[in-house]
Design a protein around this ligand. Structure first.
Ligand SMILES: [Fe+2]
Length: 439
């Protein structure tokens, strides 16, 4: 017979056995880098599920390990799903880094450190020729290009990644566990090179809160829109979603437009454009596309391109603004395809010349690269594209870009379906940048 006191002791454990005890979760995970836009800096962001301190210990590769350390801040992100899961998002900005030097780091606290990772501090020279991988629409399920991107990043093929909206499908799902798993999946890329982002429609749930909390882009807009410089380029990231989710505030659309105008004006000051002649934009939903899905870009009066007349006051579109300020290259995603356009403005083609369309083009060049891989698979094309459509592919894949110098920029499309084969490439050559280059 069990003594009475032993039976009581046993009973006192029953509720614990029934409910289970959640694990202590102080181990850092979902480590990712971003470039704050200030030369010699790098931001490290990660997650824990219990509150801990936010520290990064780092040192030059080949030097004494972890000889330097930096502290940062922690924000509590409570997901809006039923479970109201709590995530502690840690952010530490490293400063005073030597351009082009490689650093070894780990992040966490005395309650647990991450694995060791490496990154190379961005070279702040305007003669630096950075190499990018860029894509949109990469999900947790069917992330077709992910393994190739992970491996190529670890082989040192890229300096920066641009993820042009639509993450995880969707980060908020399963009480934000899909977001957690997606951030773990991209760690093998994003812990090694800055992972620069813009929001897409799949981030919209709970007013983009998973996106705004998990990423750490430059500026004070919770990563919604911002700009930064690298090599000979000024790179602008925007939210096209302000044109579609008016329930989160029409004022955002106007705020972004006002900011964009000022940013483009500043980038076009002769002393600035002389140093950073390329202006490159990235935004999720394209102005043009030849997919057959009735998205915004399939319509002549696309909101992103021409604005909206059904708002008070009417909302200006972006095509005229980008043209007026001589934007050279516009990167888009959302359509689960790859499409390269001839230089286009106002629905018309403005090639540099018949033989060399991308040599001194007379309008911005558009690339749509939204086929990295997600559960929605790839899209289909309209059989009769307009004149501005130069090359199309429904293969899964992503784009590589090298900003070679002030006059030359190289783009190529990798097909994951064809085992990494380059299926398209162009050189954009510009002797002159800015509005006057169109004439
Ligand atoms: Fe999308």
């Amino acid at each position: 017979m069990v003594p009475v006191h032993a039976a009581c002791a046993l009973l006192s454990f029953v509720p614990l056995l029934v409910l289970g005890v959640p694990p202590i979760w102080t181990q850092p995970e979902q480590v990712h880098l971003s470039y704050p836009g200030v030369p010699g800096s790098m931001a490290v962001t990660w997650t824990t599920f219990n509150k801990t301190e936010s520290k990064v210990e780092y040192g030059l590769l080949g030097g004494r390990l972890f000889e330097m350390s930096a502290k940062g801040g922690t924000t509590l992100f409570v997901d809006s799903g039923e479970e109201k899961r709590e995530l502690y998002i840690h952010r530490v900005t490293l400063t005073g880094l030597k351009p082009a030097a490689t650093y070894v780091y780990h992040c966490g606290s005395d309650e647990g450190w991450s694995d060791v990772f490496l990154f190379t501090a961005l070279n702040d020279s305007t003669s630096f020729s950075p190499r990018f991988a860029l894509y949109g629409d990469l999900g947790n399920e069917n992330p077709q290009s992910l393994a190739r991107l992970q491996k190529e990043t670890q082989l040192g093929m890229y300096d920066v990644i641009l993820h042009i909206g639509d993450f995880a499908y969707d980060m908020d799902e399963d009480n934000a566990r899909i977001g957690d798993e997606f951030m773990r999946q991209i760690q093998s890329i994003a812990a090694y090179v800055p992972y620069m982002t813009c929001p897409g429609n799949h981030e919209a749930t709970y007013n983009f809160s998973n996106y705004r909390n998990r990423f750490s882009m430059p500026g004070q807009t919770e990563s919604l829109w911002y700009s930064w410089n690298l090599g000979s380029a000024h790179i602008i990231s925007i939210s096209t979603e302000v044109y579609f989710y008016l329930e989160f505030g029409l004022d955002l659309l106007f705020k972004q437009y006002e900011w964009l105008t000022k940013d483009l004006e500043e980038a076009n000051k002769p002393e600035n454009r002389a140093v950073r002649p390329w202006i490159i934009t990235m935004g999720h939903r394209p102005m043009y596309c030849s997919d057959d899905d009735q998205d915004d870009c399939t319509k002549f009066d696309s909101y992103v391109r021409l604005g909206r007349n059904d708002t008070k006051p009417p909302a200006p579109g972006l095509e005229d603004l980008f043209y007026r300020y001589g934007v050279d290259l516009e990167l888009w995603a959302h359509e689960h395809t790859y499409e390269r356009l001839w230089p286009v403005y106002g629905d018309k083609v403005y090639n540099g010349s018949k033989d060399q369309p991308y040599v001194n083009p007379k309008a911005p060049v558009h690339i749509i690269t939204g086929s990295a891989g997600c559960r929605e698979r790839t899209d289909r094309f309209n059989p009769n594209p307009k004149d501005w459509s130069a090359f199309r592919s429904t293969d899964y894949g992503y784009t590589r870009m090298q900003l070679v110098n002030a006059t030359h920029l190289y783009l190529e499309q990798v097909s994951d379906d064809q085992y990494g084969k380059v299926i398209d490439s162009i050189w954009v050559v510009k002797d002159k940048h800015g509005f006057s280059a169109w004439f």
